[in-house]
Design a protein around this ligand. Sequence first.
Ligand code: PHE
Length: 479
Amino acid sequence: MEQVKRANWSSQLAFVLAASASAIGLGNLWRFPYLAARYGGGTFLFVYVALVTTLGFALLVTEIAIGRRTRQSQLTAYSRLKGGWGFMGVLSTVVPVLILPYYCVIGGWVLKYLVVYAQMAFAGASPMGAAAVGSGEYFAAFIGASAEPFAYGAAFTVLCAAVILLGVKNGIEKSNLVMMPVLLGMAVAISAYVFFLPGALEGVKYYLVPNMDCLAGPDGRFSAALLGKTLLGAMGQMFFSLSIAMGIMVTYGSYMKPGDSIEKSVRRIEMFDTAVAVLAGLMIIPIVYMFAVKTGTPVKEALDAGPGLMFITLPKVFATFGAAGGWLGLAFFVLVAFAAGTSGISVFEACVAATCDVMRIRRRTATLLVGGAAVALSAFPALGYGVWADVKVFGQPMLDFMDFLANSVLMPLVAIGTCVLAGWGLRPAAIIAECERDGVVFRAKRKYSFVIRYLAPFLVVAVLVSEICRSLGIGGWSI
Ligand code: PHE
C-alpha cells in the first residue's frame, strides 16, 4: 500500500470557489427564500447576515484552520490536534456518511426533473404534459416508484464519483470552473427575467422589504418567542448553508496552502453563499407570489419549504408560462443540478478523504469503495417512499430520519465540540497562529476569540435544543 502525497488547491481562488460550491446548494435554493419570506423579509436577511459574519465566520475559520494545520481529513485531524479528541473525528465523519446517500437520492430527483424539462423544452412536450408534471401526484408517483428514484440516485452518485476520481485539482477544481459560473449566470438571468414580469415587483417587495409583522404575536404586540424563532431559524439555516460541522471544511482546508489567507477566504465564501441565497429568493418568490395571488392561495402556504416547493409548486408555476415554461424549468433545473452536484461532490470528498487517511489506500480505490457503499445505502432513502414506505424510524420515512439525525443532532454536537476544542481546549491562540502563518494578517482575531469562546457555544446549544424540540413537536418550535 502506498501513502500518497496530499493534494493542494492550485490557488486561494480555487479554494474559495470549491468551498463556495459546497456551501451553495439546495439549502440556498429551497430553504432560504422560504425562511426569508416567512420571517419578515429584510428583517430575516439582516439577522442572517449578522449571524453569518459572527458565528458562521468563527466556525468556518476554525474548521479550515484545523484541516490546514493537521493536513488531515476530519476523521484523523482532531486526534492529531489534541489527545482525547478522536471522538470528534468519528462524529464529524458520521455526518457526511449519513448525508451522502440521501443527498444523492435528492440529487437524483433533480436529475429526473432536468430530463423531463429538457424533453419539454426541446420536444415541445413532456411525456405527460406540463400541467401533469406540476400536479402533486406526479412527484408522489415518481418517488413512490422505487426503481426509478433509485436509478436516478445511482446516476447522480456515479457523476459525483467521476469528478472525484479525476482528483482535487483536475476533478473538483476544474468542474467548479464550469459549474459555478453557469450556476451564477443562470441565477442572475432567471431573476432578471422574473423581475421584469408584470406584477413581479409586489413579490420582490414581499420578499425584501423589512417587515416587523413576523415579530408580532396574535394580539399584535411584540413577541419575544417569535424573535427567538426567527433567530433560531436563521441559525439552523446558516449551519446547513455554510456546510459547517459536516467535516467538509476540515477536509477542504487540508488542501489549502499555508500562505493563503483563511480570513479573506472565509469572507468571500460567506458573501458568495449569501448572494446566491438572496438571488434564489428573487427567482422564486415573485413567481410563487403572483401564482398565489392568481389562484387565491395564501402566499405563506404556497411558499412551502423543501421538496414541495421545488418539485410541486414551481412545476405548477412553470406550467402557467405556456411554451416558455419548458425552457424556464430547464434553466432552473440545470441550475439546481449544478448546485446539488457541487455540494454532493464535497460531501463525497469528505468521505473519500477520511477513507484514504484512515486506511492509507489510494484515492481511486477509496472513491470506488465510498461510491459503492453510497449506492447501496441509498436504497434506504430511495425506496423509503416506495416499496419500503412502511418502514419508519421514529415515525419518519428513512430519508427524513437520516436528515434529522445529521442536521438536528450530530451537526450541532460537532459544532459544540469545535467551539470547546478551539476556545478552551487548544485556546483561540492556536487557531489564530494557523491563520497568521507565513506572516498573513488576521484582522478579526479579537472578535474571533470572543465568538468562539463565549457567543458560539451559547448559540449552538440553543440550536441543538430547539432542533430537538422542533422534531419532537415540543413547545411549538416548528418553523
Ligand atoms: N451547504 C449545502 C446547501 O446549502 C448543504 C450541503 C452541502 C449538503 C454538502 C450536503 C452536502 O445546500
